[in-house]
Ligand binder design. Structure first.
Ligand code: LLP
Length: 437
Protein backbone atom coordinates (compact mmCIF):
# COMPACT_ATOMS: atom_id res chain seq x y z
CA UNK A 1 0.00 0.00 0.00
CA UNK A 2 1.04 3.56 -0.67
CA UNK A 3 3.12 4.88 2.26
CA UNK A 4 5.38 7.94 2.36
CA UNK A 5 8.31 7.61 4.79
CA UNK A 6 11.23 9.99 5.40
CA UNK A 7 14.90 9.13 6.13
CA UNK A 8 14.28 9.05 9.88
CA UNK A 9 11.63 6.36 9.44
CA UNK A 10 8.76 8.75 10.05
CA UNK A 11 5.45 8.45 8.30
CA UNK A 12 4.59 11.41 6.10
CA UNK A 13 1.09 12.50 5.22
CA UNK A 14 0.99 14.75 2.19
CA UNK A 15 4.72 15.34 2.73
CA UNK A 16 4.39 16.32 6.41
CA UNK A 17 5.56 14.06 9.26
CA UNK A 18 2.54 12.63 11.06
CA UNK A 19 4.29 13.53 14.33
CA UNK A 20 4.27 17.24 13.43
CA UNK A 21 0.51 17.11 12.96
CA UNK A 22 0.03 15.18 16.23
CA UNK A 23 2.22 17.67 18.13
CA UNK A 24 0.43 20.64 16.61
CA UNK A 25 -3.19 19.52 16.98
CA UNK A 26 -3.12 16.70 19.53
CA UNK A 27 -4.60 13.24 19.06
CA UNK A 28 -6.82 11.61 18.04
CA UNK A 29 -6.88 13.61 14.86
CA UNK A 30 -8.20 12.88 11.37
CA UNK A 31 -5.73 13.96 8.71
CA UNK A 32 -6.70 14.30 5.06
CA UNK A 33 -4.26 14.37 2.17
CA UNK A 34 -6.14 16.87 0.02
CA UNK A 35 -4.13 16.00 -3.09
CA UNK A 36 -5.52 12.48 -2.79
CA UNK A 37 -9.10 13.77 -2.49
CA UNK A 38 -8.55 15.79 -5.67
CA UNK A 39 -6.96 12.83 -7.44
CA UNK A 40 -9.94 10.60 -6.55
CA UNK A 41 -12.43 13.21 -7.70
CA UNK A 42 -10.55 13.75 -10.95
CA UNK A 43 -10.40 10.03 -11.70
CA UNK A 44 -14.18 10.13 -12.12
CA UNK A 45 -14.66 13.63 -13.52
CA UNK A 46 -11.86 13.39 -16.09
CA UNK A 47 -12.93 9.95 -17.28
CA UNK A 48 -16.39 11.18 -18.18
CA UNK A 49 -14.86 14.29 -19.80
CA UNK A 50 -12.33 12.25 -21.77
CA UNK A 51 -15.11 10.08 -23.15
CA UNK A 52 -17.21 13.14 -23.89
CA UNK A 53 -20.07 11.88 -21.73
CA UNK A 54 -22.27 14.48 -20.04
CA UNK A 55 -22.14 13.50 -16.39
CA UNK A 56 -22.47 14.67 -12.83
CA UNK A 57 -20.21 13.20 -10.19
CA UNK A 58 -22.04 13.98 -6.96
CA UNK A 59 -19.97 13.59 -3.83
CA UNK A 60 -22.06 11.69 -1.27
CA UNK A 61 -21.39 14.04 1.59
CA UNK A 62 -22.59 11.53 4.20
CA UNK A 63 -19.09 10.01 3.89
CA UNK A 64 -17.53 13.17 5.32
CA UNK A 65 -19.26 16.51 5.40
CA UNK A 66 -17.56 19.68 6.56
CA UNK A 67 -17.31 23.16 5.12
CA UNK A 68 -13.69 22.67 4.04
CA UNK A 69 -14.47 19.34 2.42
CA UNK A 70 -17.37 20.74 0.45
CA UNK A 71 -15.22 23.66 -0.68
CA UNK A 72 -12.73 21.17 -2.12
CA UNK A 73 -15.54 19.14 -3.69
CA UNK A 74 -16.79 22.31 -5.36
CA UNK A 75 -13.30 23.26 -6.56
CA UNK A 76 -13.08 19.85 -8.21
CA UNK A 77 -16.33 20.36 -10.10
CA UNK A 78 -18.27 17.77 -8.15
CA UNK A 79 -21.99 17.94 -7.53
CA UNK A 80 -23.27 17.09 -4.07
CA UNK A 81 -25.56 14.53 -2.53
CA UNK A 82 -27.13 15.53 0.80
CA UNK A 83 -29.53 13.55 2.97
CA UNK A 84 -30.59 15.96 5.68
CA UNK A 85 -31.12 19.58 6.64
CA UNK A 86 -27.76 19.42 8.39
CA UNK A 87 -25.91 18.27 5.29
CA UNK A 88 -27.77 20.83 3.15
CA UNK A 89 -26.99 23.57 5.68
CA UNK A 90 -23.31 22.63 5.57
CA UNK A 91 -23.39 22.83 1.77
CA UNK A 92 -25.03 26.26 1.87
CA UNK A 93 -22.50 27.49 4.44
CA UNK A 94 -19.70 26.19 2.20
CA UNK A 95 -21.11 28.23 -0.69
CA UNK A 96 -21.82 25.14 -2.72
CA UNK A 97 -23.75 25.95 -5.94
CA UNK A 98 -27.35 25.02 -5.10
CA UNK A 99 -28.15 23.83 -8.61
CA UNK A 100 -25.61 21.03 -8.16
CA UNK A 101 -27.08 19.72 -4.92
CA UNK A 102 -29.23 16.57 -4.91
CA UNK A 103 -31.30 15.54 -1.91
CA UNK A 104 -31.74 11.94 -0.84
CA UNK A 105 -33.54 10.21 2.01
CA UNK A 106 -36.11 7.51 2.61
CA UNK A 107 -38.12 9.64 5.04
CA UNK A 108 -37.55 13.24 4.11
CA UNK A 109 -39.34 15.55 6.47
CA UNK A 110 -41.56 18.43 5.50
CA UNK A 111 -38.85 20.78 6.79
CA UNK A 112 -36.20 19.10 4.63
CA UNK A 113 -38.33 19.34 1.50
CA UNK A 114 -39.24 22.95 2.28
CA UNK A 115 -35.57 23.78 2.67
CA UNK A 116 -34.71 21.99 -0.59
CA UNK A 117 -37.40 23.92 -2.45
CA UNK A 118 -36.58 27.27 -0.82
CA UNK A 119 -32.93 26.95 -1.79
CA UNK A 120 -33.84 25.81 -5.32
CA UNK A 121 -31.54 22.82 -5.14
CA UNK A 122 -30.80 20.94 -8.34
CA UNK A 123 -32.86 17.88 -7.74
CA UNK A 124 -34.75 15.80 -5.23
CA UNK A 125 -34.33 12.04 -5.50
CA UNK A 126 -37.87 10.95 -4.72
CA UNK A 127 -38.04 7.80 -2.65
CA UNK A 128 -41.64 6.99 -1.65
CA UNK A 129 -45.32 7.90 -1.96
CA UNK A 130 -45.42 9.85 1.31
CA UNK A 131 -42.69 12.08 -0.05
CA UNK A 132 -44.56 12.62 -3.31
CA UNK A 133 -47.53 13.92 -1.30
CA UNK A 134 -45.32 16.21 0.82
CA UNK A 135 -43.37 17.54 -2.15
CA UNK A 136 -46.57 18.18 -4.09
CA UNK A 137 -47.89 20.29 -1.21
CA UNK A 138 -44.64 22.18 -0.70
CA UNK A 139 -44.37 23.05 -4.41
CA UNK A 140 -48.01 24.13 -4.55
CA UNK A 141 -47.66 26.28 -1.46
CA UNK A 142 -44.44 27.93 -2.57
CA UNK A 143 -45.47 28.11 -6.23
CA UNK A 144 -42.17 26.62 -7.30
CA UNK A 145 -41.01 23.77 -9.46
CA UNK A 146 -38.47 20.99 -8.89
CA UNK A 147 -36.48 18.51 -10.94
CA UNK A 148 -36.64 15.01 -9.53
CA UNK A 149 -35.15 11.60 -10.06
CA UNK A 150 -37.16 8.53 -9.19
CA UNK A 151 -35.26 6.16 -6.92
CA UNK A 152 -35.99 2.57 -7.87
CA UNK A 153 -34.81 -0.76 -6.50
CA UNK A 154 -33.79 -2.90 -9.44
CA UNK A 155 -33.55 -6.11 -7.41
CA UNK A 156 -29.77 -6.20 -7.30
CA UNK A 157 -27.87 -6.17 -4.06
CA UNK A 158 -24.18 -5.73 -4.68
CA UNK A 159 -21.56 -6.72 -2.15
CA UNK A 160 -17.81 -6.42 -2.23
CA UNK A 161 -17.24 -9.32 -4.62
CA UNK A 162 -20.62 -10.48 -5.77
CA UNK A 163 -24.18 -9.42 -6.21
CA UNK A 164 -27.50 -10.99 -5.33
CA UNK A 165 -30.43 -10.87 -7.68
CA UNK A 166 -33.52 -10.49 -5.54
CA UNK A 167 -36.27 -9.77 -8.04
CA UNK A 168 -38.24 -7.82 -5.49
CA UNK A 169 -35.77 -6.05 -3.26
CA UNK A 170 -36.27 -6.03 0.48
CA UNK A 171 -35.12 -2.48 1.05
CA UNK A 172 -36.40 0.58 2.87
CA UNK A 173 -35.24 2.72 -0.05
CA UNK A 174 -36.97 3.56 -3.28
CA UNK A 175 -39.77 2.19 -5.41
CA UNK A 176 -39.94 -1.45 -6.33
CA UNK A 177 -39.72 -2.02 -10.08
CA UNK A 178 -41.28 -5.44 -10.25
CA UNK A 179 -44.60 -4.67 -8.52
CA UNK A 180 -45.52 -1.60 -10.54
CA UNK A 181 -44.86 0.80 -7.65
CA UNK A 182 -42.22 2.69 -9.61
CA UNK A 183 -44.58 3.11 -12.53
CA UNK A 184 -47.34 4.46 -10.31
CA UNK A 185 -44.93 6.91 -8.70
CA UNK A 186 -43.71 8.01 -12.11
CA UNK A 187 -47.26 8.68 -13.28
CA UNK A 188 -48.05 10.73 -10.19
CA UNK A 189 -44.95 12.85 -10.59
CA UNK A 190 -45.18 13.16 -14.34
CA UNK A 191 -48.73 14.43 -14.07
CA UNK A 192 -47.60 17.30 -11.85
CA UNK A 193 -46.57 20.29 -13.95
CA UNK A 194 -44.46 21.68 -11.11
CA UNK A 195 -42.30 18.56 -11.30
CA UNK A 196 -39.90 17.44 -14.01
CA UNK A 197 -38.91 13.80 -13.82
CA UNK A 198 -35.33 13.98 -15.08
CA UNK A 199 -34.72 10.27 -14.89
CA UNK A 200 -34.11 7.24 -12.73
CA UNK A 201 -31.82 6.55 -9.80
CA UNK A 202 -30.58 3.39 -8.14
CA UNK A 203 -27.92 2.61 -5.56
CA UNK A 204 -27.01 -1.06 -5.25
CA UNK A 205 -24.65 -1.13 -2.28
CA UNK A 206 -21.35 0.04 -0.87
CA UNK A 207 -17.67 -1.01 -0.96
CA UNK A 208 -18.19 -2.84 -4.29
CA UNK A 209 -15.14 -4.25 -6.10
CA UNK A 210 -16.78 -5.60 -9.25
CA UNK A 211 -18.49 -3.82 -12.10
CA UNK A 212 -21.00 -6.60 -12.87
CA UNK A 213 -23.58 -5.35 -10.33
CA UNK A 214 -23.48 -1.88 -11.89
CA UNK A 215 -23.81 -3.16 -15.44
CA UNK A 216 -26.71 -5.38 -14.46
CA UNK A 217 -28.43 -2.45 -12.74
CA UNK A 218 -27.90 -0.37 -15.87
CA UNK A 219 -29.57 -3.06 -17.97
CA UNK A 220 -32.53 -3.26 -15.60
CA UNK A 221 -33.04 0.49 -15.61
CA UNK A 222 -32.87 0.60 -19.40
CA UNK A 223 -35.55 -2.09 -19.59
CA UNK A 224 -37.81 0.20 -17.57
CA UNK A 225 -36.83 3.27 -19.58
CA UNK A 226 -37.62 1.47 -22.81
CA UNK A 227 -40.97 0.33 -21.44
CA UNK A 228 -41.90 3.84 -20.29
CA UNK A 229 -40.82 5.31 -23.60
CA UNK A 230 -43.12 2.96 -25.45
CA UNK A 231 -46.08 3.29 -23.11
CA UNK A 232 -45.84 6.85 -21.85
CA UNK A 233 -43.71 8.50 -24.51
CA UNK A 234 -41.31 9.44 -21.72
CA UNK A 235 -37.61 9.96 -22.26
CA UNK A 236 -35.20 9.87 -19.32
CA UNK A 237 -32.47 12.51 -19.61
CA UNK A 238 -30.55 11.23 -16.58
CA UNK A 239 -29.50 7.85 -15.33
CA UNK A 240 -28.07 7.98 -11.80
CA UNK A 241 -26.29 4.77 -10.84
CA UNK A 242 -25.51 5.74 -7.25
CA UNK A 243 -22.25 5.21 -5.38
CA UNK A 244 -20.58 2.25 -3.77
CA UNK A 245 -17.20 2.13 -5.50
CA UNK A 246 -14.84 0.16 -3.28
CA UNK A 247 -11.52 1.26 -1.81
CA UNK A 248 -8.53 -0.45 -0.21
CA UNK A 249 -8.56 -0.73 3.58
CA UNK A 250 -6.09 -3.61 3.94
CA UNK A 251 -3.83 -5.63 1.64
CA UNK A 252 -6.68 -8.12 1.24
CA UNK A 253 -8.80 -5.57 -0.62
CA UNK A 254 -8.34 -5.38 -4.38
CA UNK A 255 -10.64 -2.67 -5.72
CA UNK A 256 -10.48 -1.43 -9.30
CA UNK A 257 -8.88 1.88 -10.17
CA UNK A 258 -11.63 4.51 -9.93
CA UNK A 259 -11.57 5.33 -13.64
CA UNK A 260 -12.31 1.67 -14.37
CA UNK A 261 -15.66 1.93 -12.60
CA UNK A 262 -16.53 4.99 -14.67
CA UNK A 263 -15.43 3.29 -17.89
CA UNK A 264 -17.56 0.23 -17.12
CA UNK A 265 -20.61 2.46 -16.59
CA UNK A 266 -19.95 4.46 -19.75
CA UNK A 267 -19.54 1.29 -21.81
CA UNK A 268 -22.75 -0.28 -20.54
CA UNK A 269 -24.86 2.87 -20.87
CA UNK A 270 -23.56 3.34 -24.43
CA UNK A 271 -24.23 -0.28 -25.25
CA UNK A 272 -27.80 -0.16 -23.95
CA UNK A 273 -28.51 3.17 -25.66
CA UNK A 274 -27.35 1.79 -29.00
CA UNK A 275 -29.12 -1.52 -28.55
CA UNK A 276 -32.44 0.08 -27.66
CA UNK A 277 -31.97 3.09 -29.88
CA UNK A 278 -32.43 5.25 -26.77
CA UNK A 279 -30.89 8.76 -26.68
CA UNK A 280 -27.77 8.62 -24.53
CA UNK A 281 -28.77 9.86 -21.04
CA UNK A 282 -26.47 11.88 -18.79
CA UNK A 283 -24.71 9.56 -16.37
CA UNK A 284 -24.77 10.64 -12.74
CA UNK A 285 -22.94 8.85 -9.96
CA UNK A 286 -22.64 9.44 -6.20
CA UNK A 287 -19.30 8.26 -4.84
CA UNK A 288 -18.67 8.96 -1.15
CA UNK A 289 -16.12 6.49 0.17
CA UNK A 290 -14.15 6.49 -3.10
CA UNK A 291 -13.57 10.25 -2.89
CA UNK A 292 -12.41 10.57 0.72
CA UNK A 293 -11.83 7.08 2.16
CA UNK A 294 -8.18 6.49 1.33
CA UNK A 295 -7.32 10.19 1.68
CA UNK A 296 -7.87 10.06 5.46
CA UNK A 297 -5.60 8.77 8.21
CA UNK A 298 -6.39 8.85 11.93
CA UNK A 299 -3.54 9.49 14.34
CA UNK A 300 -3.69 8.21 17.91
CA UNK A 301 -1.36 8.18 20.89
CA UNK A 302 -0.74 4.81 22.47
CA UNK A 303 -1.39 4.39 26.17
CA UNK A 304 -1.85 1.30 28.29
CA UNK A 305 -0.49 -2.01 27.14
CA UNK A 306 -1.79 -5.23 28.62
CA UNK A 307 -0.28 -8.57 27.83
CA UNK A 308 -2.33 -11.72 28.44
CA UNK A 309 0.36 -14.38 28.13
CA UNK A 310 -0.41 -16.90 25.41
CA UNK A 311 -3.58 -15.06 24.38
CA UNK A 312 -2.93 -11.56 23.08
CA UNK A 313 -1.51 -8.16 23.84
CA UNK A 314 -3.93 -5.28 24.06
CA UNK A 315 -2.55 -1.84 23.24
CA UNK A 316 -4.96 1.03 23.82
CA UNK A 317 -5.30 4.25 21.84
CA UNK A 318 -6.68 7.59 23.01
CA UNK A 319 -9.76 7.23 20.78
CA UNK A 320 -11.78 4.30 19.49
CA UNK A 321 -15.41 3.69 18.62
CA UNK A 322 -16.17 7.36 19.20
CA UNK A 323 -14.04 8.38 16.22
CA UNK A 324 -14.30 5.13 14.24
CA UNK A 325 -17.32 2.98 14.94
CA UNK A 326 -16.88 0.86 11.79
CA UNK A 327 -14.90 -2.02 13.35
CA UNK A 328 -17.48 -2.40 16.13
CA UNK A 329 -20.46 -1.91 13.83
CA UNK A 330 -19.43 -3.79 10.69
CA UNK A 331 -16.34 -5.78 11.73
CA UNK A 332 -14.53 -3.47 9.34
CA UNK A 333 -10.81 -4.12 8.93
CA UNK A 334 -8.06 -1.53 8.86
CA UNK A 335 -4.29 -1.35 8.58
CA UNK A 336 -2.11 0.55 11.04
CA UNK A 337 1.53 1.48 11.70
CA UNK A 338 3.57 3.19 14.36
CA UNK A 339 4.19 6.47 12.60
CA UNK A 340 7.65 7.17 14.07
CA UNK A 341 8.94 3.60 13.89
CA UNK A 342 8.50 2.93 10.19
CA UNK A 343 12.05 1.57 9.89
CA UNK A 344 11.56 -0.94 12.67
CA UNK A 345 10.33 -4.42 11.76
CA UNK A 346 6.67 -5.08 12.56
CA UNK A 347 7.21 -8.30 14.47
CA UNK A 348 4.73 -8.38 17.26
CA UNK A 349 0.99 -8.92 17.04
CA UNK A 350 -1.29 -6.50 18.87
CA UNK A 351 -4.98 -6.04 19.45
CA UNK A 352 -5.65 -2.30 19.31
CA UNK A 353 -8.32 -1.23 21.76
CA UNK A 354 -10.24 2.00 22.05
CA UNK A 355 -10.79 3.74 25.38
CA UNK A 356 -14.57 3.44 25.65
CA UNK A 357 -16.05 1.40 28.47
CA UNK A 358 -17.12 -1.40 26.22
CA UNK A 359 -15.33 -4.65 25.33
CA UNK A 360 -16.43 -4.30 21.70
CA UNK A 361 -14.51 -1.05 21.38
CA UNK A 362 -11.66 -2.47 19.33
CA UNK A 363 -10.06 -0.82 16.29
CA UNK A 364 -7.99 -3.76 15.06
CA UNK A 365 -7.90 -7.29 16.39
CA UNK A 366 -4.59 -8.43 14.99
CA UNK A 367 -2.04 -6.05 13.57
CA UNK A 368 1.71 -6.61 13.39
CA UNK A 369 3.69 -3.66 14.75
CA UNK A 370 7.14 -2.90 16.13
CA UNK A 371 7.33 -3.00 19.94
CA UNK A 372 4.58 -0.64 21.17
CA UNK A 373 5.37 1.74 24.03
CA UNK A 374 3.17 4.35 25.70
CA UNK A 375 3.28 7.69 23.81
CA UNK A 376 3.98 6.01 20.46
CA UNK A 377 2.05 7.54 17.60
CA UNK A 378 -0.23 5.20 15.69
CA UNK A 379 -1.64 5.87 12.23
CA UNK A 380 -4.73 3.99 11.05
CA UNK A 381 -5.19 4.24 7.28
CA UNK A 382 -8.22 4.73 5.04
CA UNK A 383 -10.37 6.31 7.73
CA UNK A 384 -11.53 9.22 5.56
CA UNK A 385 -15.04 7.91 4.90
CA UNK A 386 -17.67 7.32 7.58
CA UNK A 387 -15.14 8.06 10.32
CA UNK A 388 -15.68 11.65 11.40
CA UNK A 389 -19.09 11.39 9.75
CA UNK A 390 -20.18 8.69 12.21
CA UNK A 391 -18.26 10.03 15.20
CA UNK A 392 -20.21 10.19 18.43
CA UNK A 393 -19.87 11.38 22.02
CA UNK A 394 -20.14 8.03 23.80
CA UNK A 395 -18.64 8.30 27.28
CA UNK A 396 -18.80 12.03 26.64
CA UNK A 397 -15.59 12.08 24.65
CA UNK A 398 -15.32 15.12 22.42
CA UNK A 399 -15.11 14.63 18.68
CA UNK A 400 -11.58 14.66 17.27
CA UNK A 401 -10.18 17.49 15.17
CA UNK A 402 -9.81 17.32 11.39
CA UNK A 403 -6.71 18.62 9.63
CA UNK A 404 -6.16 19.09 5.88
CA UNK A 405 -2.66 18.73 4.45
CA UNK A 406 -1.68 19.97 1.00
CA UNK A 407 1.42 21.36 -0.69
CA UNK A 408 3.52 20.90 2.44
CA UNK A 409 1.08 22.88 4.62
CA UNK A 410 -1.34 21.75 7.27
CA UNK A 411 -4.52 23.48 8.34
CA UNK A 412 -7.16 22.80 10.97
CA UNK A 413 -10.56 22.44 9.27
CA UNK A 414 -12.71 21.11 12.12
CA UNK A 415 -11.89 22.09 15.69
CA UNK A 416 -11.62 19.46 18.41
CA UNK A 417 -14.67 19.37 20.61
CA UNK A 418 -13.56 20.09 24.16
CA UNK A 419 -15.32 18.91 27.29
CA UNK A 420 -16.98 22.30 27.87
CA UNK A 421 -18.62 21.90 24.48
CA UNK A 422 -19.82 18.47 25.52
CA UNK A 423 -22.25 20.11 27.98
CA UNK A 424 -23.19 23.07 25.79
CA UNK A 425 -26.68 21.77 25.06
CA UNK A 426 -27.38 20.58 28.60
CA UNK A 427 -29.90 22.46 30.69
CA UNK A 428 -30.18 22.34 34.46
CA UNK A 429 -33.19 20.58 35.94
CA UNK A 430 -32.81 21.97 39.45
CA UNK A 431 -31.58 25.51 38.79
CA UNK A 432 -34.15 26.78 36.32
CA UNK A 433 -32.67 30.27 36.21
CA UNK A 434 -29.61 28.86 34.44
CA UNK A 435 -31.68 27.39 31.66
CA UNK A 436 -31.33 29.25 28.47
CA UNK A 437 -34.22 28.33 26.17
N1 LLP B 1 -25.76 7.16 -2.83
C1 LLP B 1 -26.65 6.65 -1.98
C2 LLP B 1 -28.07 6.73 -2.31
C3 LLP B 1 -26.23 6.04 -0.80
O1 LLP B 1 -27.12 5.52 0.02
C4 LLP B 1 -24.85 5.99 -0.49
C5 LLP B 1 -24.36 5.39 0.74
C6 LLP B 1 -23.95 6.56 -1.42
C7 LLP B 1 -24.44 7.13 -2.57
C8 LLP B 1 -22.47 6.58 -1.17
O2 LLP B 1 -21.94 5.30 -1.08
P1 LLP B 1 -20.35 5.08 -1.06
O3 LLP B 1 -19.84 5.52 -2.40
O4 LLP B 1 -19.79 5.91 0.02
O5 LLP B 1 -20.19 3.63 -0.83
N2 LLP B 1 -21.68 3.73 6.91
C9 LLP B 1 -21.34 2.66 5.98
C10 LLP B 1 -21.66 3.02 4.56
C11 LLP B 1 -23.11 3.38 4.37
C12 LLP B 1 -23.41 3.81 2.96
C13 LLP B 1 -24.77 4.38 2.87
N3 LLP B 1 -25.13 4.90 1.62
C14 LLP B 1 -19.87 2.34 6.14
O6 LLP B 1 -19.21 2.95 6.98
O7 LLP B 1 -19.35 1.46 5.45
Amino acid sequence: MRREINDQGKLLIGGIPASVIAETYGTPVYVYDVARIRQNARAFVQTFKKHNIPAQVAYASKAFSSIAMLEVANQEGLSLDVVSEGELHTAIRAGFPVEKIHMHGNNKSLAELQMAVEYNIGCVVVDNFYEIALLTDVLAEKEKSMDVLLRVTPGIEAHTHDYILTGQEDSKFGFDLSSGQAEKAFQLLNANDQVTVKGLHCHIGSQIFETSGFTLATQKLFETMKDWRERFNYNADVLNLGGGFGIQYTEEDDPLELDQYAIALIDEVKLQSEKLNYPMPEIWIEPGRAIVGDAGVTLYTMGSIKEIPGVRTYASVDGGMTDNIRPALYQAKYDAVLADKMHQPAEKEYAIAGKCCESGDMLLWDVKLPNVEPHDLMAVFSTGAYGYAMANNYNRFGKAAVVFVENGEHQLVVRREDFEEITRLDLSYTKQEENNY
